[in-house]
Design a protein around this ligand. Structure first.
Ligand code: PMP
Length: 438
């Protein structure tokens, strides 16, 4: 598949020593250092379809998928060609352009809750800006978010959050007491805690921000009525409901988790899969909320790279691919179900009681017995050492998993039946190995 296989380079551990001399911590995002699995992730040279080629010449079936953006497959020619064309015609204008407007219109059509939107570059910016808007609109300062959800690395989002913040002692260093004071962190799926908090703090809470399906404490689905409960409480207490659909947006269906569950948030944040691997994100929502944004309103928000033609072209290519294939999501779901069912079968054969959770093309299990976890406290009970052993056994068998049990597996349209069979064979061995060493 690869035109040239790299000459065997020093393995990732040696390369990482060099990386640490130039890059802070050897990485540009902490999870990549692999602290949770005791080794940095392989250095990658190329990625095509469902596979990545590591610098040491080994090929892996990839389930990291850039932590979510890769939905069609790596280096999908439909995306690459549009992007190349856009680059050749000017990578940045610093002015509104037609394709940017057309992309906004396409997203408005897919997400009925979004009446107007603004493009940004990262999910972090989308969530940060959404909260600022909510504060301006409500003239209140506090926000509620949930332990285990991750909404980017802005000050108010980063402590007691999920995923990569669990891989180091980051917690609240560098964040002012004032910011921490304004953020109320509650257990995910606990609607009673939300109700109590809102009753106790009438007219103080501006927004509730939530991942409607949480992908940052492993995969954690909303409990029945949790999202409905949030919608009702927000309405009763005049609180803005923000759905962080940075992962779920175009991942669980073309209308996101809000279409799946039939809930209309006030503001939605999108990112990741929208750009097919290029950095583009967005936030949008109710017209009166978005009218608060400068230059129409008082809330400043801007960005040099926002809505640039290259990332916009990539997003059009993703939407064309999704919309061009009516059963795009059904096919992806069928593949994911096959992988999830296969994992369940192996678990049963090996008398393991770790529940496999699957939603659309997201799959996960944690080394924790019983029902799927519903909160971060439960996710923390999972056996991290056993995950590390499983991760390395899978890696040896050519399967690249996320280097932390709090992340999850993503499938793409490029994963095929053979990939899934190979993954299940590797999982069968690796689960045994991880148990035997326990
Ligand atoms: N929200 C969610 C749900 C995420 O998973 C992430 C990234 N993992 C973000 C926001 C932040 O996005 P970015 O890394 O693009 O800033």
């Amino acid at each position: 598949m690869y035109k040239q296989i790299a000459a065997r380079a020093p393995d990732s551990t040696d390369a990482f020593v060099r990386a640490r001399r130039a890059l802070a911590g050897g990485v540009d995002s902490p999870v990549r250092a692999g602290a949770a699995v005791g080794a940095p992730t392989p250095f990658i040279d190329q990625a095509h379809g469902a596979r990545v080629l590591a610098a040491d010449g080994r090929e892996y079936i990839d389930y990291v998928c850039g932590y979510g953006p890769v939905l069609l497959g790596h280096a999908d020619p439909r995306v690459s060609e549009r992007v190349s064309h856009a680059v050749a015609n000017g990578a940045i204008f610093g002015a509104t352009h037609h394709e940017e407007v057309r992309l906004a219109e396409r997203l408005l059509a897919l997400f009925p809750s979004i009446e107007r939107l603004r493009f940004v570059t990262t999910g972090t910016e989308a969530c940060m800006s959404a909260v600022r808007l909510a504060r301006s609109l409500t003239r209140r300062e506090k926000i509620i978010r949930f332990e285990g959800c991750y909404h980017g690395h802005s000050d108010e989002m980063i402590f007691s959050a999920g995923a990569s913040t669990m891989t180091g002692p980051t917690v609240a260093s560098g964040i002012s007491g004032g910011v921490i004071h304004d953020v109320l962190v509650l257990p995910y799926n606990d609607i009673f805690a939300v109700d109590r908090t809102l009753r106790g703090r009438r007219n103080e809470v501006a927004a509730i921000i939530v991942e409607p399906i949480c992908g940052n404490m492993g995969l954690c689905l909303p409990a029945p009525k949790f999202l409905e409960g949030l919608r009702d409480l927000c309405r009763s207490f005049g609180v803005i409901l923000i759905f962080d659909e940075v992962i779920t947006g175009l991942r669980v269906g073309s209308g996101g988790a809000q279409a799946l569950y039939g809930i209309r948030p006030d503001i939605t944040c999108l990112g990741k899969a929208l750009g097919g691997g290029l950095p583009i994100a967005a936030f949008g929502g109710r017209g009166d909320v978005m009218a608060k944004l400068a230059p129409d309103g008082p809330v400043f928000q801007g960005g040099t790279f926002s809505g640039n033609p290259v990332c916009v072209a990539a997003a059009h290519a993703v939407l064309d691919a999704i919309e061009g294939e009516p059963d795009f999501y059904a096919k992806l779901e069928a593949k994911s179900r096959r992988l999830a069912d296969g994992l369940r079968r192996i678990m049963a054969q090996q008398h393991l009681e770790f529940p496999v959770v699957q939603c659309a093309s997201m799959i996960d299990f944690m080394f924790r017995r019983g029902q799927p976890h519903q909160t971060m406290a439960q996710a923390r009970e999972a056996d991290a050492n056993r995950y590390a052993r499983y991760y390395h056994a899978m890696l040896e068998r050519g399967i690249l998993l996320p280097p932390s049990q709090f992340e999850l597996m993503f499938l793409t349209a490029a994963h095929d039946e053979d990939d899934i069979d190979a993954t299940l064979r590797a999982a069968n061995d690796s689960l045994r190995i991880s148990a035997a060493q326990g």
